[in-house]
Design a protein around this ligand. Sequence first.
Ligand SMILES: *[C@@H]1O[C@H](CO)[C@@H](O)[C@H](O)[C@H]1NC(C)=O
Ligand SMILES: *[C@@H]1O[C@H](CO)[C@@H](O)[C@H](O)[C@H]1NC(C)=O
Ligand SMILES: CC(=O)N[C@H]1CO[C@H](CO)[C@@H](O)[C@@H]1O
Length: 261
Amino acid sequence: MKFSAITLSYALLAGVYAAPSTLSERVARRAGRSSRPIQRIDSQEKGNDTHVSYSSNWSGAVITSPPAGETFNSVSASFIVPTPKVPSGSSSRGTYSASAWVGIDGDTYQNAILQTGVDFTITNGKVSYDAWYEWFPDYAYDFSLAISPGDVIKTTVTSTSTKAGVAIIENVTTGKSVSKSLTSTYALGGQNAEWIVEDFEEGSSLVALANWGSVVFTGATASTGSSSLDASTASVIDIRQNNKVLTSVTIDGSTVTDSYV
Ligand SMILES: *[C@@H]1O[C@H](CO)[C@@H](O)[C@H](O)[C@H]1NC(C)=O
Ligand SMILES: *[C@@H]1O[C@H](CO)[C@@H](O)[C@H](O)[C@H]1NC(C)=O
Ligand SMILES: CC(=O)N[C@H]1CO[C@H](CO)[C@@H](O)[C@@H]1O
């Protein structure tokens, strides 16, 4: 972590929680924003044989190991950008966020994550979005892309080696896309493929979680050099905070439905 970034995080913690509006404010906010590896709480049986894990940070679907002898090198899915709402019982003043993304690693393999997605935020009734890419443990960086609720976007991360890859967000309606080639000294293991809605970290605490309704990841696929898998072998993760389960996730082939409940 860079010293300037730490200083900035403390500045953010000191109470600058207004909605970022200028580019420099957005960049400043982004410097303290991070999508993190999963923080597991526990696992238990749900129904007959569907295993669900609980996390304070992640909800969604994770394939926790690739086929024997292979590693994941690409994960993608499309989703409709949701309109975040204030959770019931919470003050309508304040900021609530969540983030939908696809990624490689970060669950059982915690050294690195290659990920891309969209944050959705409601601040004092005003909705805003940020499209981003990240190679954890570095911070997330913004794509220059104006996102609106109802947009259909396709998110893809592909590694070209353990330390290089590309993040792509495509507007499915127009076929136009933004992409960023990335390198890192933190090698990917290619061990996990995931489709996640996250309570991400800003400064050094989790953002207050927004009610995102449902994010439906369609065409959820993960590839290795030789296999293409859908999400049907993935495990379900739900967010649980203060002993309350806040999400409901179902998997049907290449469709992962992640709802705030
Ligand atoms: C478990 O399986 C039995 C037999 O197929 C079924 O009747 C029951 O509803 C299932 N329970 C759950 C919680 O899915
Ligand atoms: C995608 O394209 C549609 C149609 O031009 C546009 O309305 C929408 O804002 C675009 N969304 C993004 C994220 O580029
Ligand atoms: C509230 C909470 O448990 N937050 C955790 C989210 O995940 C990060 C990274 O694993 C942890 O550092 C936080 O404690």
